[in-house]
Design a protein around this ligand. Structure first.
Ligand SMILES: [Zn+2]
Length: 180
């Protein structure tokens, strides 16, 4: 798919979304570890160097409230961050470059990519948000071929319940172990 400007119909929004997030072959990172063509809201805090060869998992999150998360990462004095936020309206922003560890999942930080989803955690994601998350994950699987596991924050850390209503059904068929 190269250009979808002339597509009309009920899935117009989705094709525009795909045009923005794919083709993945061109979904390249620049030398600084940022996806070209994706909006950036750099997080205030990130850890040391992330070694690409060690990345074998994706950790999924949801915000507790319905507020945007990337601006919080940019401004909060708490040492928290994630690599991406997928918003309720299907936008995707990068907060931490691939050259740095994001601080989202304790001891998993050094071997995972963290994706936050605008919440609230108690409500299901919007359809366009679920699709955007799927496309982002597809892109990350091509970029990091060693990723074999997609895990919820709830499954790896006590007292966490996010992302409570994630559309795991959309991830079936990706060839990854899904743990939630
Ligand atoms: Zn979380």
């Amino acid at each position: 798919m190269t250009c979808c400007n002339d597509i009309v119909g009920p899935f117009d929004w989705y094709h525009r979304l795909l045009a923005r997030l794919t083709p993945v072959a061109n979904f390249d990172e620049n030398a600084d570890g940022w996806f070209d063509g994706m909006d950036r809201i750099p997080a205030r805090y990130a850890g040391g160097r992330l070694i690409g060869d060690k990345v074998n998992a994706i950790v999924l999150h949801s915000g507790v409230s319905g507020n945007r998360i990337a601006p919080y990462f940019a401004n909060s004095k708490r040492k928290v961050s994630a690599n991406f936020e997928v918003t309720k309206d299907g936008d995707c922003v990068q907060c931490v470059p691939f050259t740095r560890k994001a601080w989202h999942a304790g001891k998993w930080n050094g071997r995972s990519i963290g994706i936050e989803h605008q919440g609230p955690n108690d409500a299901p994601p919007s359809e366009i948000q679920a699709q955007a998350s799927l496309e982002l994950i597809r892109s990350l699987l091509l970029k990091f071929p060693r990723i074999q596991t997609i895990v919820s924050h709830a499954a790896i850390q006590a007292n966490r319940t996010d992302p409570k209503h994630y559309r795991w059904d959309l991830l079936e068929g990706l060839g990854c172990e899904l743990v939630y």
